[in-house]
Write a protein that binds this ligand. Structure first.
Ligand SMILES: [Zn+2]
Length: 610
């Protein structure tokens, strides 16, 4: 693969002259390396045979590196990078980056960093690929992602025969007797001709099969699954549920609405081995997708045990910042007694708790200050009636934990801000509101004043736009997904995808955030495009600002000597592409992910050099 270098060698190097090396390698520095680089950067040609005193373990060369080691943009999006503003275009500020002992050793030109090459240094020629600080997904559900990745995917199955063929393929690699789980068949599109257990039972007789529909309102099983669930002609469905039956009263294999639980509850809970396998599967996928760190938004006691076990064995491929589930009182009590983790640079850091204050906007569960525009008399549900345990959350705050509270509606956000204001001791505690999806104008400045981080999802704006205005009406919708307004009112922001609910692709996220368009590039002019952020802000919201939301912005999120050796390499230069056609952002690919100096993912081409 060849990566076109749109900048000429001269223009590529010009920003290096504009930014003195001192600016790229600030304090805190590895003093020895700094002295070495500064000394040698003046040399005409470093001697190839010389062994440096502090050689790099890995050097990436010939890249388009954006170190982001410059001041943050202003709240209206004006860049803080002086030379970008004067030049009127974005160019990389370095070509090469060297790593040693899990940290960045130096960032500079190829010539400068060749001085750090020792006998055992691994060199990778990036061939003009783009390097960003390592991406951080600040709100994800990794175990759910892993279990989703394991399921048979029926998302685009055209008919019953197509779906059964996919299940048969899975059955061939699954021990007999083990459940086969899948999801994605479209209960809306298939409603006039539901599948039955007949073909499925004939094709897959030896495994219980459970296939969830696209929106979860229907499930489809085979004979073996129905037998294990004890569903017969005599079974009475729960209120609000339906068991589809044939002319003889026999269940056909499809259960609707609340009856879906009959089949769901028949499956065994995942074992610890299942959880570990699913976690590793998810983290491996996230590594392939360019992420160096994930913030797990609500770990249970069993999930924490699996995370801790993998950390102890040194087998976590990515950094995990774990939020403990407020819904698990025993887990909470244990951690309140012991206090938050203080070892900020270990692979697993636990110092936050995740609670839910209200429901979601689509299903009208988000708590609103006034009635839903499309359901008069209805304002959603929140607080204690949504099982939010305020007393426990307050005790966790007092014990030093960061709160990360799901709040979607404008009343949900207001009440959560009230709660934080009442219980925090200082605005430096960086409590978070997850989603901050609909915020009343008068509450926006409170984020900045209280130091509350707004943890938001660019994909949600792209996906919810078709119905959000129905729920909210033309006025309130202006305070929804309001990234720019929140920034202007002083909020600190972090971006993520709330995966697996939405696709965590960084290219989808970048595109949604800068254009307010969906994957089909609609609407062409962007949905309430005034709330878009610049590309620079968006990348920061996925890197340094996400690091800040986990108290680690001094260690990661920018590329400078002494920071963690966390980088993401892309085949496109988003800054170059966005000038031509922002839609092209969607076609980007991740080529390499480095975590603490370890290459956790590399494309085939780059892998050959390692
Ligand atoms: Zn979530």
């Amino acid at each position: 693969m060849h990566f076109a270098n749109t900048a000429s060698p001269r223009s590529l190097l010009s920003p290096l002259r504009a930014v003195p090396l001192r600016a790229i390698i600030p304090a805190p520095v590895l003093a020895l390396a700094l002295a070495l680089v500064l000394t040698l950067s003046g040399c005409a040609e470093p001697t190839a045979t010389m062994e440096p005193e502090a050689p790099a373990e890995l050097i990436l060369t010939n890249g388009r590196i954006y170190s982001f080691n410059w001041p943050d943009p202003s709240v209206d999006g004006r860049t803080g990078r002086l030379e970008a503003e004067t030049a009127g275009e974005w160019l990389p500020d370095a070509q090469a980056i060297a790593f040693a002992a899990g940290k960045v050793l130096a960032v500079g030109s190829d010539a400068q960093l060749s001085a750090l090459r020792g006998r055992s240094t691994r060199m990778v020629d990036l061939d003009g690929a783009t390097v960003l600080p390592g991406l951080i997904d600040s709100h994800t559900h990794v175990f759910e992602l892993g279990s989703k990745l394991e399921r048979v995917d029926l998302d685009d199955a055209v008919d019953e025969a197509d779906a059964v063929a996919r299940i048969v393929r899975r059955a061939k690699t699954t021990p007999a007797g083990q459940w086969i789980v899948g999801q994605g068949w479209d209960e809306g599109a298939w409603a006039n001709n539901y599948p039955t257990k007949a073909l499925l039972t004939e094709a897959v007789p030896d495994h219980p099969v459970y296939m969830r529909s696209l929106h979860g309102f229907a499930v489809w099983g085979n004979e073996r699954a129905l037998a294990l669930a004890g569903i017969t002609a005599d079974t009475v469905p729960p209120t609000g549920g339906e068991i589809l039956r044939d002319a003889n009263g026999e269940p056909t294999g499809v259960l609707l609405n609340r009856a879906t639980t009959l089949l769901e509850d028949a499956q065994p809970a995942p074992s610890d081995n299942d959880l570990e396998r699913q976690l590793l599967l998810a983290l491996t996928q996230m590594a392939e997708d360019g992420y160096v760190s994930v913030h797990e938004a609500g770990a249970t006691a069993r999930q924490m045990a699996v995370l801790e076990d993998l950390e102890a064995r040194g087998e976590l491929p990515l950094r995990v910042y774990s939020m403990l589930s407020l819904r698990e009182p025993e887990l909470m009590e244990r951690w309140i007694k012991k206090g938050p983790d203080s070892d900020a640079d270990s692979m697993l850091v636990t110092r936050a708790i995740k609670g839910y204050f209200d429901g979601a906007l689509g299903s009208r569960g988000a708590r609103m200050l006034a009635d839903y525009a499309d359901k008069p008399g209805h304002r959603g549900i929140s607080g204690e009636s949504y099982a939010f345990d305020g007393a426990l959350a307050a005790r966790a705050m007092a014990a030093g934990f960061q709160l990360a509270i799901h709040a979607i509606g404008d009343e949900g956000n207001r009440a959560t801000l009230d709660f934080i204001e009442a219980h925090q001791r200082s605005s430096q505690e960086r409590h978070r509101i997850e989603h901050a999806q609909v915020v009343a104008g008068s509450d926006m400045p409170r984020f900045g004043r209280l130091g509350v981080v707004a943890s938001m999802q660019p994909p949600h704006a792209a996906e919810d736009k078709t119905w959000a205005e129905d729920r909210l009406g033309p006025e309130r919708v202006r305070g929804a997904y309001a990234w720019r307004s929140l920034r202007e009112q002083g909020a600190s922001i972090t971006f993520n995808a709330d995966n697996p609910g939405s696709d965590h692709s960084i290219f989808y996220g970048l595109h949604a955030a800068v254009t307010r368009r969906d994957k089909n590039r609609q609407p062409a002019e962007g949905w309430y495009v005034d709330e878009a952020l610049t590309l620079e802000e968006t990348i920061l919201a996925y890197t340094s600002w996400s690091a800040r939301a986990a108290f680690s912005e001094r260690d990661t999120g920018r590329l400078a000597a002494g920071m963690w050796a966390d980088v993401t390499v892309l085949d496109i230069d988003p800054f170059a592409i966005i000038k031509q056609d922002p839609g092209q952002l969607l076609n980007g690919k991740v080529l390499m992910t480095v975590v603490g100096g370890n290459v956790v993912f590399a494309s085939n081409d780059l892998q050959k050099q390692l």
